[in-house]
Design a protein. Sequence first.
Lengths: 61, 61, 61, 383, 383, 383
Amino acid sequence: MQTGLTITLIGMTTVFIMLGLMISAVKLLTVIFSRKNSEKLKNKEDKDIAIALAALKSVLG
Amino acid sequence: MQTGLTITLIGMTTVFIMLGLMISAVKLLTVIFSRKNSEKLKNKEDKDIAIALAALKSVLG
Amino acid sequence: MQTGLTITLIGMTTVFIMLGLMISAVKLLTVIFSRKNSEKLKNKEDKDIAIALAALKSVLG
Amino acid sequence: MIFLTAIENFWISTGIMNLDIKTLIMIGISFILLYLAISKNFEPLLLIPIGFGGLLANIPIAGIAGADGFIGIIYGFGIESGLFPLFIFIGVGAMTDFGPLIANPKMFFLGAAAQFGIFFTLIGAMFLGSLSMFDFNLYDAASIGIIGGADGPTAIFLASRFSERYLGAIAVAAYSYMALVPIIQPPIMKLLTSKKERQIKMVQLSEVSKKEKILFPLIVLSITILLLPTATPLIGCLMFGNLLRESGVTDRLSKAAQNELINLVTIMLGLSVGSKLQADKFLNPETLAILLLGLIAFSIGTASGVFLAKFMNIFMKKNPLNPLIGAAGVSAVPMAARIVNKVGQDADPENYLLMHAMGPNVAGVIGSAVAAGVLLAIVPVLA
Amino acid sequence: MIFLTAIENFWISTGIMNLDIKTLIMIGISFILLYLAISKNFEPLLLIPIGFGGLLANIPIAGIAGADGFIGIIYGFGIESGLFPLFIFIGVGAMTDFGPLIANPKMFFLGAAAQFGIFFTLIGAMFLGSLSMFDFNLYDAASIGIIGGADGPTAIFLASRFSERYLGAIAVAAYSYMALVPIIQPPIMKLLTSKKERQIKMVQLSEVSKKEKILFPLIVLSITILLLPTATPLIGCLMFGNLLRESGVTDRLSKAAQNELINLVTIMLGLSVGSKLQADKFLNPETLAILLLGLIAFSIGTASGVFLAKFMNIFMKKNPLNPLIGAAGVSAVPMAARIVNKVGQDADPENYLLMHAMGPNVAGVIGSAVAAGVLLAIVPVLA
Amino acid sequence: MIFLTAIENFWISTGIMNLDIKTLIMIGISFILLYLAISKNFEPLLLIPIGFGGLLANIPIAGIAGADGFIGIIYGFGIESGLFPLFIFIGVGAMTDFGPLIANPKMFFLGAAAQFGIFFTLIGAMFLGSLSMFDFNLYDAASIGIIGGADGPTAIFLASRFSERYLGAIAVAAYSYMALVPIIQPPIMKLLTSKKERQIKMVQLSEVSKKEKILFPLIVLSITILLLPTATPLIGCLMFGNLLRESGVTDRLSKAAQNELINLVTIMLGLSVGSKLQADKFLNPETLAILLLGLIAFSIGTASGVFLAKFMNIFMKKNPLNPLIGAAGVSAVPMAARIVNKVGQDADPENYLLMHAMGPNVAGVIGSAVAAGVLLAIVPVLA
Ligand code: NA
Ligand code: NA
Ligand code: NA
């Protein structure tokens, strides 16, 4: 019984601490990135990939 | 020689008995299901699957 | 040092001999086949495959 | 003479001469699983391989689930080693959009609360184990509790480490209850909420940027590394798959994880798990207890999620949660979220809760993996 | 000094210095297999990997087929264990529509009759084994006989259990004759039938319901469990794949079995089988005998199928069978059925036998797996 | 009491209590690899799995890269055995069109010349190994040299045989420099050529017949069998994949090799290679030396290719080569060929060198596999 309660207490505490930390981290993330133009990176990358793929395609047939 | 004939006899007998049983079983099956409307089940299932898939699609993107 | 030079000498010689042989073989190949109508084989094969596939499709559903 | 000897030997090696009643019952149970999967659409992707594996494993003479039998070999390769559930998690990660959770990270709490079913059931299994009629040690109790996590791969991973002897029953319980979500959860959800609560509409989720989605798996894994290394195989594989998905530069690999990898491993994992449905391992009072405890775990998990959602509403007067979404915290992705949506629409046909329920739903996957990590860390110390 | 030592060591490890005449012959045979596969379209999906595996296995020094060589490792993993042929059978089951057989179950008898080639050849191999020049024991004879089953995976599965030393020759014979169906079968079929018989048109097959297709694999497996447990690995995998196909709720897995699984395993199985084409194992009188016996097995199987169809017609005056379809009972799916169709159309261009021949064709797969099960059960008793 | 014991045991098993500075550095390096892969598009298909594998392998307590950890198991199965790089080569062979090389076989020489970087670096590594601060024996030196081959699978294959302890550093160096081709090669190419040379336009390549393409892999393998059996696992797998592609009768298998096989193996190989990024094996002066030597190998290889192209022009007055294409001889397919094209167009926007550069590019793959074969043959003799 004591063992079971110990596991439950440590278990639920850990689950809440860890998922709570994940909340904080994600909120921080949102604050950092919500101001920036997140589209910029994407467009640049898409172009790079398109170039690489086109080359690969033309080359590997 | 005796061994070979023994194997052949047991082998062919078993093959015919088993495949014969399969014939009987399949015929029985046909008798059971040929009267029923086998489309009913299918339609119901298709709908269930369609719902599940649509949900999954909308959710897992 | 001697070991390194030995490996380099044997290595580069082997690479050049082998890739050189590949050149000769490919050139020979080109000479042999450039005169022949290489399309003939292809068409024949395509047809064979098409037949096999059509049968398979019709059969395996 | 030789002919009579041969025919006698042949006859005593037929199934008819070697099937005992227990084996026949297990074959019957395997057929029931196949029936439920095909006719009732109960998690068919898992229950058809599991049911068929059970069928094959119970064939006398053939020894298909034995050390040299083909399913026995696959079992050793993929389940004993822990590889198959982890590969499935790579695929699940590649299939999961954590966007709804990133958009509303408070949902993590609901995914945490629903894990209470795991620990409650662990205590229940320990209690039963203290009775002389059930043979459950602490390792078994932990593995039974994890059924409440409503995550097949997590349950199989933990049971393969802690309680191989009950792995069959645990996996069957886990997948069966995941399939029964539409039957088990709604009564509990309705019992614990008023119609008015079920009608609560939640505010639209905001867009999530690509960078957030890329960083999310790395952050979740980093926190797990810092606090709970024993959970990192599960969380690590889930987040690896998710990074393949979200990075935007590994589409080939993401698609391979979502298709080839998860499909091939599902076939093999299902057959392997099914091979644990052997008469002498399955037909005992413990299996019944596991099925009962699993049901309790599931129900308590569902209730805990709903309760926490109601509790959180005390502090969220302005934009309250619909407490139904707490039930999705058990995971059972995406079925539990769909059920939340359905129960919500029963109360108000205009109430669309699906996306809101996906947050706790995917948080529940992380939550159970964390719970499994805790058990992996402390059970060996306390046993 | 060191340079001279190195160059000498290098030179004595070249292929030129290590190729003996037998190895060169085997490399030549491998090239012939590749040629037949590519130019003559002889079962290329198997014969290209087998031919290439033979090529690689015969390279001196490299040890590719040795215990630590890469094909040696694959061989141990997939052939010795029996996994690869069984995986192929899962894929074949997922690709096979048993509808034509369910619609006309009498066709099972033709799939049974064609197995006579197996047992006839077994006796022949035993006779050769009794001569001092051929080293065939009862296990070898059974494995050679199974070539007559015209099913690659079944032949490989049985040979890997009974006669690993002749596995290469047996597999090559099995796939070669399957490729040679268009050459081997028509003369036998025409010899044993009159033109009038070949012109017989058969009645349209009836529709088969979905439920029948779902229950079919379970029924076939159940009968096998009751009577012949030793055949259940083969039949079980075939029927598992077929249930994935027909259940209607596991399309993902069915497609994975039909594509990823069967393609990847075909590559690996082909290379592994090819690695048995090593000079010291292949260049001996036994290989020639196996090739000859395999041809006999195939021919007798074809003839037995046709004979039984003619015999059945005695009792089926009203709707007689076209006896050609008996030839499809050897399996070699779907090539043998195609050939039936072709020979039928040679006699009457309006005669479409393809669907009718598919019944015995797929019954032949079950028939040979049953025959293999019988051999697995009684050969160890009698040897 | 039990609670305090449990909590203490739990606390001392957290990552926080077990992370040392070296492990943190390695985790940081893993994150940098992920960053470069995602943000800079540096060989992401390999560097994301490698980076993530590095992350997972450095987690304390979890033991993911240990003998019983899941990546440890995969590593043993696929890298120690040599299977994974060979499977990748089957896929690469199925993806490679050797047409441009067949159309202009002289390009083989450029693929040969670029291998000089391998041997130059081997000597450099031996020199460093003779200093007391670096622990490089002849096996290590050979494995480091092969980085100059600019072929990941070849480098991993050789290192797994000769120098497992440095496999992580060697693989990371190989893939990093392949990703850095656009930065490393252009300055060298421009330094060694005049603008006029870079403007040279090459004559259109002729069509290559199907038969030539089918015979090509068989011829290349045959020559390798005759002279260098130790190179046949690599060359054999490459040519097997290519034959599946070109035969025209094994499309199913070719597509499986190009997709399922290469994608699944890439995931597993990347994680496995990344698991070698463990602090105690990576954070030492040897790693820095390997990174530096790898860069030298790459640069020398590039230069050798360009030099040979210039030398060949002495004999090819009429249709001179653009010496830039020599740089593509290092392989790093197809990035190096793309860079040749780009540098050529910088000199003359109308100059399309891509197809011309593909010849030396694919020849470079064969060239490095041959070089690896030489090392496999003579290093054990000389060590
Ligand atoms: Na969960
Ligand atoms: Na057959
Ligand atoms: Na190279």
